[in-house]
Design a protein around this ligand. Sequence first.
Ligand SMILES: Nc1ncnc2c1ncn2[C@@H]1O[C@H](COP(=O)(O)OP(=O)(O)OP(=O)(O)O)[C@@H](O)[C@H]1O
Length: 580
Amino acid sequence: MDKRLRLYIAATAGLVILGGVTAALAPLALKHLVDAAAGGAAVGAISLASVMVPGAIYVAVLCGGRLVGDVRPVLVNEVEQRLMKALRRRFVEHVLRLPLAGLLRQRSGELQHSLDLGITGAQLLLTHLISTCIPVVVELAVMTMILVQLGQPALIVLFGFTAVSYLAVFAVGSRRITRHVSAVTDASIAVHGKLADSLTNVETLRCFGAESAAEESLARASSRLVGAWRGYHRVSAGTALAATLIFGVSLAACITVAAEGVVSGSLSIGGLVLSSVYLLQMMRPLEIIGSAARDLARAYGFVQPLLSVLREPTEPGHNAATTSTPGWPRSAPSIRIEGLTFGYEPGRPVIRELDLEIPAGSTTAIVGPSGSGKSSLIRLMLRLYAPQSGRILLDGCPIESLGVAHLRSRIALVPQDTTLLHASIATNIALGRQDTGHADIARAATDAQLDQLVESLPSRYETVVGERGLKLSGGERQRLAIARALLRQSAIFLLDEPTSMLDSKTESAVLQAIRKIAANSTTLIVAHRLSTVMDADEIIVLDQGRIHERGTHADLLATGGLYSQLWRRQAEGNEASRDQ
Ligand SMILES: Nc1ncnc2c1ncn2[C@@H]1O[C@H](COP(=O)(O)OP(=O)(O)OP(=O)(O)O)[C@@H](O)[C@H]1O
């Protein structure tokens, strides 16, 4: 917590307590004013000054209270906004470091709504704590002290009874309300998740005529939300009715007790005024505490999804002790994979006891049928997932011993599916390298054959690519991803089908640029189009998570195994498409 925030909190707490004290002291000042005036019932029996002094004190206390009330929202807002800013930042920091396996189980709309609800809940909690609970507790404490001074035990008992039974009603109500709020929160998150899912996939839904299925699914989720809110409001109204009944009875009893005190002479006229004002004044704080309890129960329910996200453990390797290993790895490390076994789900291994040695500075291609585990191997290299057994070593050093941020900063990736940020082309190319100059960005774009496209756009490098980069074609997105990787000039290049969407002319130009820039790096390239990888130092053919065969292009063709079959099939396909 920064020093300024602590100062704001201290100043706010001071004002809050002062507000509670002045609210309780104002009726006492009024009592003294009334008693001073009533003491001179006969004309001329009292001086003007003896009435004006308590009058001035009454005015000062009232005005002081109002002043405090006027200034307080400014400080409260400052505290609230600063705390919300910190909470938002903490949430995003945490979510960006959560393990992918858990993240993929949730819709992004659900996560976003958890944050929105959590912020609303935290704001409600803070507002009630600062503006309601603390001032009211202070006010009630000062009132109790003054009532004790007044020497009216019956009134004190009655006030105590009213307070306890009122709070008991709200304690029971709050527990029931919390249950209903959980139902509202879950239903609301589901609605937002479905809504975000539909909006993200609007093109797919349209193309497959699935709009009405999406609408019905959303309508069902919305109906559950309507039902959940109905339950919440019914319980809320029931609690409020019970509280009103208690107040009605207590008010009548308090007025009777106070009137008896005046009749018996144990209470002055000022005391009568004080107790009747306190009766009304005490109802207000208790009422506020009551509605605050309702809101606090609601707020507690709202912050639960956010807290459960924050409680989820982040992926390992983010702690300071492992985040940096200066000078490592050298420009092109060797990669050794030892007995690697991995699966996304228990009992369904995707990579099985894989052993592989990739010499420093070499280019190794991974090919094989769809689903054979090629992309999964790339994800394990980036530590997006952890293997069930085995390990990956860079220059003999297990990647688990490095901080994930440090490891990833030494790797340039071209992923199979490129999604871009809703930002400019320049920002997307320089992702993770914010301090890169325009000349370097433009050079990377030229090497990735993206420069012609950029020059044709009115805003050039400042053109915003749309959400997930949907304003660009698949091939353009892929070239942008290649430019991004080329810019990083990393020790390791991981290329997952880097040219699958490019025509053969663009592909050969891009591959040439990659080869040039990756000359001082260790490169792992995954590809289906075998012509892309025929020049690799070694080609690994994966099948069902195991190495089926390995060797150079010529070796593998000579062996006549799976690779040569795949090569022949692709060559026949190419010939057939040329003939057409
Ligand atoms: N996040 C995930 N959760 C569960 N299973 C997954 C996940 N990602 C991939 N798989 C499964 O793991 C297996 C291997 O996937 P992987 O993406 O590594 O294959 P691949 O060889 O790269 O395939 P392709 O050539 O089609 O890209 C597949 O059966 C796939 O369905």
